[in-house]
Design a protein around this ligand. Structure first.
Ligand code: IPE
Ligand code: IPE
Ligand code: MG
Length: 236
């Protein structure tokens, strides 16, 4: 079943997805891992379309973690090329769909050409307001929390002034609501340093499907599962 905006169901404000399984998808077809990354990057557009249609306001996709630099140079370089390609190709598609692009992660240490493309894309889509698409690259939740804490100290906050909102407003997700639904593809039951703070009360949805096989219908299944859950936030 495909859900539509306006259906009488609970729609999460913020959906985050750990796009895992590109390598295994490729291995299963006797292909090199990079083919998996290519196939995986093509799925992103369909999921953005579905999310906009559903009325989701924030969609965060985990594309490259701070730990993924530990992979072989050749694989990292293919992923960076795909990212470059993606940032340049999709400017008008974001605008046509009313989607604002946001780079979620440590941008400073990224290669110069990517930095430029990110700044351009963020500026070009800054006026869009249907949905914010957060692409998590060079993202690590622990790094984000360490930086937020350092920033509190640099800003001269005293110990008793460091509260949840002081930290929240210094995260890369400042002004973004907490994650309501976290999806992970490809069967691993872990969070891998993604949005640890922001997922404090997220609902989790795991599927064995590898990311390149994920599609709008499977996304809909996850949203249906979310809609059927009772969230309590500590209350009875
Ligand atoms: C996810 O797929 C993409 C990245 C982490 C960049 P993987 O590359 O982790 O695929 P598996 O987990 O090895 O199958
Ligand atoms: C998490 O996947 C990171 C991304 C999907 C970008 P990994 O494949 O890197 O996670 P682990 O190493 O299996 O935990
Ligand atoms: Mg993986």
């Amino acid at each position: 079943m495909t859900m539509e905006a306006g259906d009488d169901v609970k729609i999460p404000h913020h959906v985050a997805i750990i796009m895992d399984g590109n390598g295994r998808w490729a291995a299963g077809r006797g292909l090199p891992r990079i083919k998996g990354h290519k196939a995986g990057s093509a799925v992103i557009e369909d999921i953005i379309d579905a999310a906009v249609k559903m009325g989701i306001k924030h969609l965060s996709l985990y594309a490259f973690s701070t730990e993924n630099w530990r992979r072989p140079d050749a694989e990292v370089s293919v992923i960076m090329s795909l990212l470059r390609f993606y940032l340049r190709l999709h400017t008008s598609r974001f605008r046509n769909r009313g989607v604002r692009f946001h780079f979620l992660g440590e941008l400073e240490t990224m290669p110069e050409s990517i930095k430029r493309d990110v700044v351009e894309l963020e500026a070009a889509t800054a006026g869009e307001s249907k949905m914010v698409f957060h692409l998590a690259v060079n993202y690590g939740s622990r790094m984000e929390l360490v930086k937020a804490t350092q920033s509190c100290i640099k800003d001269g906050l005293k110990a008793d002034e460091i509260d949840e909102s002081a930290i929240n407003s210094r995260l890369w997700t400042a002004d973004v609501p907490d994650v309501d639904l976290l999806i992970r593809t490809s069967g691993e039951l872990r969070i891998s340093n993604f949005l640890l703070w922001q997922c404090a009360y997220a609902e989790f949805y795991f599927t064995d499907c590898h990311w390149p096989d994920f599609n709008q219908e499977r996304f809909s299944d996850a949203l249906e599962s979310f809609a059927s859950r009772e969230r309590r936030f500590g209350r009875i």
